[in-house]
Write a protein that binds this ligand. Structure first.
Ligand SMILES: O=c1ccn([C@@H]2O[C@H](COP(=O)(O)OP(=O)(O)O[C@H]3O[C@H](CO)[C@@H](O)[C@H](O)[C@H]3O)[C@@H](O)[C@H]2O)c(=O)[nH]1
Ligand SMILES: [Mn+2]
Length: 668
């Protein structure tokens, strides 16, 4: 038990406004407090693409607080070690006997945490840089998109008192310059990989998004069981915990809690090459990230250890990085981590430079792969295609918890980014189809990747179907057999079996009918909005007309410990809108289907009175009615006001498009 491999833990944050530093701080504290036999083997690195002195300040304060928090957690065996979560409920008092000493230290710790939270929430850039002295000097001339690398050792474990140790904490903001591509999160992960390589060089790396705190303090130990427990390490190239969320809204109104996907696809993949890499909550073997093939192929492909020159061509010019990668490639899991961190800061800065990757294999054969907004799926795909398998870390209580976006704009932005990234992968040289033909991706694993990568491709087809119903109603035609026709049974049976099957899946996962409906509805909405825009974005990018950008999801901690903020929300499950283009297509379709239903109903009444037959039947009416039901949040948005109403600019644009469509359909 004493000899477990070292783990470097990475946290990424990119924007102090969308990702409040207090959220990052909680995640970091939960990691610093993890149970591990020798915490000297753990190190936490935070990458800040926002280059924010507030984030840096918050982390420095967090490091001070950790000196109290970590010993408290360990002494009282605290269950959830993200303080905001822990203090959101009353202290647990064990089997009836009131432990006064515990209650006292609980109250003390809570007030300390609240002070910390206030300091962080009230911190402002100007004051920090004015009063912070030398410590924040590097931030003075730094612009977010243009500054040299900043590396700060916020806590060096070797300075801990005996019995009160906690892992190293390093702050990092990689060099940015307007002349370079930064590759978003993938770029940040590669810098984290290199910086940690020259500092602690742990053979295992954990990565989490800034909102994904460790909810199970034993998570690193559980991961070790999967990393070390197989007879062959090929079975656990990486170990992925399912993405789960805290404070999830009842019945998943935004269709983004992914419970069924995680259970059904995650469980099913376990029988093939394993769970996809999901970008957060994942333990990687450093050597897998360094492109080392699984053990059974090594003897054929690599003769002896690589030369200095070969390593330099792949990893870049840093001598320390090359030496450290040699240790990793040789596969020594128990190599002692370097201890004197501050002597390594200059080397860390060198490997954080924009130019460092030029002419190397970073972003392709090694590290996180560039070229997709979903660098996670892409990087996991490369690993699976190399022949590695992955293992699912499904612990109870859940390993990590994060926040699922709420509200229309945040949810659709996230779906749009995912769909863009997935389509980018599908048409790239890393596509799973090529991986199956030319590499070692198994056919069924390829099909599983295709399920998600085909999302945006469905959008144009779904759009056509959504237009077909109203087109028929407006032009008095039909595309389905009439109800009296025997052929009608075929579309009716397809419609029913599809929905009943999905409903049963939700029931099997212990979810409500409402949750099924919300997810179904959100899929239709997403398809006509986020996926459709993603599809167009990728086409424009392929034609060289635009670039794709990573839009960070807004994160809010829903369990605010003082309960003050956010209570004015009427219903957080209600769909909200803004004037982004992503809202136009669904608004158009909602209006159009309502208009078509009204026109056809009018015609049916008048026609029946005049004894005319033919035209659309029950099938076309059901199609349009179903669309109106699915798009109900938008129908409601058309008659609501404020952030629950669709903005006038969107309504006007949508109205013009509807008028044009109706005109084209009805002119003779
Ligand atoms: O330029 C950037 C952009 C983002 N991030 C970080 O990347 C993470 C993920 O961003 P978020 O907006 O939270 O995206 P989500 O959609 O919630 O994340 C999922 O999907 C992403 C791919 O689209 C993956 O990168 C994530 O790991 C995965 O959790 C966050 O920690 C960000 O701080 C950076 O470090 N640099
Ligand atoms: Mn996230």
């Amino acid at each position: 038990m004493e000899e477990l491999p070292a783990v470097d833990m990475f946290v990424t944050t990119a924007d102090p406004a969308l990702e409040p530093p207090l959220i990052t701080v909680n995640t970091v504290l939960s990691l610093l407090a993890l149970d591990y036999p020798d915490v000297g083997r753990l190190a936490c690195y935070v990458s800040d693409d926002g280059c924010s002195p507030v984030t840096c300040y918050a982390l420095r304060e967090a490091a001070k607080f950790a000196g109290l928090w970590v010993p408290f957690c360990k002494r009282h065996d605290v269950g959830v070690r993200a303080p905001f979560m822990y203090f959101s409920s009353a202290p647990e008092v064990g089997n009836g006997t009131v432990d006064h000493e515990f209650l006292e230290s609980w109250a003390l710790m809570k007030s300390q945490y609240e002070k910390l939270a206030r300091r962080i929430e009230n911190a402002d850039e100007g004051t920090i840089m004015r009063d912070g002295g030398d410590e924040f000097a590097e931030f003075i001339d730094a612009e977010r998109g243009n500054h040299p690398t900043i590396v700060k050792v916020l806590w060096d474990n070797s300075k801990s008192k005996a019995g009160e140790e906690f892992p190293h904490l390093v702050y990092l903001s990689r060099e940015k310059s307007p002349r370079h591509r930064h590759n978003f999160k993938a770029g940040a992960m590669n810098v984290l990989t290199r910086v940690s390589a020259v500092m602690t060089n742990a053979p295992i790396m954990l990565n989490v998004d800034c909102d994904m705190f460790a909810n199970n303090p034993q998570v690193a130990l559980h991961a070790m069981c999967l990393l070390l427990g197989f007879d062959d390490e090929i079975h656990s190239g990486f170990v992925q915990a399912p993405q789960k969320f805290y404070g999830g809204l009842k019945d998943d109104p935004f269709g983004n809690q992914m419970q069924v996907i995680t259970k059904k696809i995650g469980g099913g993949l376990a029988g093939i090459q394993g769970m996809f890499y999901g970008g957060t909550g994942c333990f990687h073997r450093r050597k897998v990230i360094y492109g080392v093939p699984p053990p059974d192929t090594v003897k054929h492909e690599m003769k002896g250890s690589p030369s200095y020159k070969e390593l330099q061509a792949k990893f870049g010019s840093s001598k320390e990085l090359i030496e450290s990668s040699r240790n990793i490639i040789s596969g020594d899991l128990l190599a002692r981590p370097t201890v004197d961190l501050s002597s390594r800061v200059e080397m860390a800065k060198q490997v954080g430079d924009c130019n460092y990757e030029a002419g190397t294999c970073w972003g392709q054969e090694i590290g996180w792969v560039y070229g997709s907004m979903t660098e996670d799926i892409l990087t996991g795909l490369r690993i699976h295609a190399a022949g590695w398998e992955s293992a699912l870390l499904d612990t109870e209580p859940p390993a990590f918890l994060g926040c699922a976006p709420t509200g229309g704009p945040a949810s659709l932005t996230q779906f749009k980014r995912w769909a863009t990234g997935l389509l980018e992968i599908l048409i790239s040289q890393n596509s799973p189809i090529l991986g199956t033909i030319f590499r070692r991706l198994q056919l069924r694993q390829c099909l599983a990747y295709l399920i998600v990568e085909a999302w945006p491709v469905r959008a144009p087809f779904e759009l056509c179907y959504a237009l077909l119903g109203p087109f028929c109603l407006l032009t008095n035609q039909s595309f389905l057999p009439t109800a009296s026709d025997e052929g009608f049974r075929i579309p009716a049976a397809l419609f029913l079996t599809y929905h009943i099957y999905h409903l049963m899946e939700y029931k099997e996962c212990g979810l409500s009918v409402r949750a099924w409906w919300n997810n179904h509805r959100m899929q239709r909405i997403t398809s006509a909005s986020a996926w459709l825009l993603a599809f167009l974005t990728v086409i424009l990018k392929t034609l060289g007309l635009s670039e794709t950008v990573f839009e960070v999801t807004r994160k809010e901690s829903s369990t605010s410990s003082d309960g003050g903020a956010g209570t004015d929300e009427a219903d957080p499950g209600l769909f909200t809108f803004d004037s982004a283009p992503v809202f136009i297509p669904v608004t158009v379709l909602s209006m159009l289907n309502i208009v078509a239903l009204a026109v056809a109903a009018w015609r049916a009444v008048v026609g029946a009175a005049a004894g005319v037959h033919g035209g659309p039947g029950i099938g076309e009416f059901v199609c349009c009615g179903w669309i109106v039901l699915c798009f109900w949040p938008f129908v409601r948005g058309l008659v609501s006001r404020g952030k629950y109403g669709i903005p006038w600019s969107v309504r006007v644009k949508a109205g013009l498009i509807v008028a044009a469509f109706v005109h084209i359909c009805t002119r003779n």
